[in-house]
Design a protein around this ligand. Structure first.
Ligand code: PLP
Length: 386
């Protein structure tokens, strides 16, 4: 029977040290490895190409997502860049979501402007628009679900089927859920991408990324290109990432529980104009999320009724919600989308994507949920009292 993510996360790479019997693998900092004799390299020769600690975390990630192999890179962005560099040539098309992560948008846009490949941004829940994009016979379709910051959900299995029919490879950015809550390869995707900076590491102290491939040959191509362009992850980051992954399952399940409790509180709060969380029955992607996810996750966003002064006062009044970008760490973060994560978009583009100036996004941590709710309650009280 295949092991469950919580068990894989704990046991991957454990007890492999034959010299000292270390239960926990050490950090292999050496940049180079000696040859046993003339023309006889060992498994590793140079740490950009291969590092024992990076191998371990790559194996853990591949097993967690049910893939044949993984490459760990220096950031989520370098993972996406690696995927595109490996599989796209000048003239090829990538189909990306119209509301994808801003850094991904900037990468595709700038690379297409310099002729590396062509990009079409499309609302993938709009079947007609998606089919029109697929008519260009793209090489790659990137899916991001749930999306940032409105948690829009698209049907991975359906899009993968359509994309495969038109000859495209399919990659899913699974950063918002992690393999504990969603496994895109089992839904028909060819690749999974993560910003490991987020839930996988979980402690906001590493920037890293990964591409996981279902097919062993494609996993090897990714590893070859990762070494070629030099985007592989460092030894220390690999160590920290594997250490973070150990607690992925309990962390995200507790974060999700806390998120649901915060949603239950916010739903009755008069200053909350709109609430976005896929567990809500009126969320546009609720039914798909129920089917394709193992849980609704720990990200939520809401519109605060009020102007900039109210938003400033509300954010200043919070004590347990740190005003910061990023997500997925053990500490709760709140961000003002228009001035932070999505500041790079024009106001018109934000309006088109449904992102208002009153939108706040929360990445729920593992603090006691009652304390988090009391902190929100206090901030709402301060704002209401004026
Ligand atoms: N993909 C998603 C969904 C993200 O949210 C992010 C970063 O926020 C990235 C990719 C890029 O990852 P990194 O910041 O590790 O480069």
């Amino acid at each position: 029977m295949a092991r469950k993510p919580a068990t894989i996360a704990i046991h991957s790479g454990l007890n492999q040290d034959t010299q000292f019997g270390c239960v926990v693998p050490p950090i292999y900092l050496s940049s180079t490895y000696n040859f046993t004799e003339y023309n006889q390299p060992r498994v590793h020769d140079y740490s950009r190409r291969g590092n024992p600690g990076r191998d371990m975390v790559q194996n853990a990630l591949a097993e967690l997502e049910g893939g044949a192999g993984a490459v760990v890179t220096s950031s989520g962005m370098s993972a996406i860049h690696l995927l595109c560099t490996t599989f796209l040539n000048p003239g090829d098309w990538i189909v990306a979501p119209h509301d994808c992560y801003g850094g991904s948008y900037r990468l595709f846009d700038s690379q297409s402007k310099r002729g590396a490949y062509n990009v079409i941004f499309v609302d993938q829940s709009d079947e007609t628009a998606l089919k029109a994009a697929l008519a260009k016979a793209p090489k790659l379709v990137l899916i991001e679900t749930p999306s940032n910051p409105l948690l829009r959900i698209v049907d991975i299995q359906h899009i993968a089927e359509l994309a495969h029919q038109s000859g495209a490879l399919v990659a899913v950015d699974n950063t918002f859920l992690s393999p504990v809550l969603q496994q895109p390869l089992s839904l028909g995707a060819d690749f999974v991408i993560h910003s490991c900076t987020k839930y996988l590491n979980g402690h906001s102290d590493v920037v890293a990324g990964t591409v996981i491939a279902k097919d062993p040959q494609q996993a090897e191509e990714l590893a070859w290109w990762a070494n070629n362009i030099g985007v592989t992850g460092g030894a220390f980051d690999s160590y920290l990432l594997l250490r973070g992954i150990r607690t992925l399952a309990p962390r995200i399940l507790l974060q999700q529980k806390n998120a649901q409790e915060i949603v239950n509180y916010l739903i009755n709060q008069p200053l909350v104009k709109k609430l976005y969380y896929p567990a809500l029955a009126d969320h546009t992607g609720h039914e798909i999320a129920k089917r394709q996810q193992k849980g609704f996750g720990a990200m939520l966003s809401f519109e605060l009724a009020g102007d900039e002064t109210i938003i400033r006062r509300f954010l200043a009044a919070l004590e347990l919600f740190t005003l910061a970008e990023s997500l997925g760490g053990v500490e709760t973060l709140i961000s003002h989308t228009a001035t932070m994560t999505h500041a790079g978009m024009t106001p018109a583009a934000r309006a088109k994507a449904g992102i208002t100036d009153e939108l706040l996004r929360i990445s729920v941590g593992i603090e006691d949920s009652q304390d988090l709710i009391a902190d929100l309650e206090n901030a709402f009280r301060i704002v209401t009292q004026g």
